[in-house]
Design a protein around this ligand. Structure first.
Ligand code: ATP
Ligand code: LTN
Length: 329
């Protein structure tokens, strides 16, 4: 039996965070043996907010380098840049014409981002989910590993695929979101009630994957907890402590009960340092490899050209099928 297909991506805007790593990339690494994987850098999605052109270019390569440094094997997986496979933009437009204004207006990411970028609520920000649906449907992906915040976009992708299939006959595979419980939603260290985000304004709220060990330790020491001094998993009443436990659990694979036992009677100071060290030790080899790869522009270029060529094979096949069905010459 042929392997199931996976597709996922990260926007090329901003610096990657521990949330991106634990919520997305780390899970991708775990899945690369078992599935036929397509991992992309969503640089067209990045245009929905304003970027410095040079920075966007650099960020695209940085994310590519991080994918590889984090353990994604470019030979086993198809790693590519969204803009280099033109089928994405084309199917994105086609799907725009099958997506209703009403369903797009319900997207929480659109509402959040409209608030954050009130001076630039552009049409691309609004139709973002249709392009994301194109990303997924072009590869007939069975599974899409993402963080909890993307679940709604997966729902609309499924609705679109079903709508299209009903109108024109079996064309798209209906994809499923794959959200790993432990790392579904890593929260901010200063505000543990909202997700750790690339675009945060308080830098202490976020661990960036490029942060030096001292910086990581400092940020964890400053992390907001509570006054109880008991390490117990209860996201409702103890969001700060629970978030740290979640980070620790997704790195060490320990259960919450095991973690509670480990830190019984030990207080928050020791707990925070242990979590920080686990994060530092996980990131250290990745950071070293990342620096090396990022300096080798030729290697990076080879990978993304090769990846785009491989991605295009499948993408163009699906797009042709779609065009044929809807009467586009
Ligand atoms: P922003 O917050 O600026 O919108 P982002 O950090 O969410 O950006 P994306 O490119 O939108 O970055 O997300 C890439 C992937 O990382 C998605 O699968 C998303 O669900 C996941 N992800 C991002 N932040 C977290 C988080 N705090 N916890 C778990 N997963 C996350
Ligand atoms: N919208 C996603 C990034 C993204 C994506 C995708 C994720 C773009 N295309 C396809 C999975 C599959 C985000 O903001 N996290």
């Amino acid at each position: 039996m042929s392997k199931k297909i996976i597709l996922s991506g990260i926007q090329a805007t901003g610096k990657l965070t521990l949330g991106n790593y634990l919520g997305a990339i780390n899970n991708w690494v775990r899945m690369q043996e078992e599935y036929n994987c397509y991992y992309m850098i969503a640089n067209l999605h990045s245009l929905t907010v304003r970027n410095e052109p040079e920075e966007l270019k650099n960020n695209t390569l940085k994310i590519l380098a991080l994918y590889i440094a984090a353990g994604l094997n470019p030979e086993k997986n198809t790693i590519f840049i969204q803009s280099q496979v033109k089928e994405h933009a084309e199917l994105g437009w086609i799907l725009d014409c099958y997506t209703y204004m009403g369903e797009l207006s319900r997207m929480t990411q659109f509402k959040d981002k409209s608030q954050k970028h009130a001076d630039n609520i552009n049409a691309g920000l609004f139709t973002y989910p249709a392009l994301m649906a194109a990303d997924i449907l072009l590869y007939k992906a069975d599974l899409v590993p993402v963080g909890e915040d993307q679940r709604q976009h997966l729902e609309i992708t499924r609705d679109l695929a079903e709508r299209f299939n009903k109108l024109y006959g079996e064309t798209f595979v209906i994809p499923e979101a794959y959200v790993r419980k432990e790392s579904a939603r890593i929260m901010g260290l200063q505000d543990p009630t909202s997700k750790m985000s690339k675009s945060a304004t308080n830098l202490n709220d976020v661990i960036f994957l490029e942060d030096e060990p001292e910086v990581i330790l400092k940020k964890f020491k400053k992390a907001v907890t509570d006054s109880e001094n008991i390490v117990k998993f209860d996201p409702e009443t103890k969001p700060g402590v629970s978030n740290l436990m979640q980070i620790y659990a997704s790195i060490t694979n320990k259960t919450m009960e095991e973690i509670e036992k480990e830190f019984e009677g030990s207080g928050y100071g020791n707990f925070k340092t242990t979590v920080a060290e686990a994060v530092i030790n996980t990131l250290k080899p990745i950071q070293e490899k990342y620096k090396m790869i990022l300096n080798d522009k030729e290697y990076l270029e080879k990978i993304y050209i090769d990846g785009a060529n491989r991605a295009r094979e499948l993408a163009s096949k699906t797009l042709n099928e779609v065009k044929e069905k809807i009467g586009i010459l």
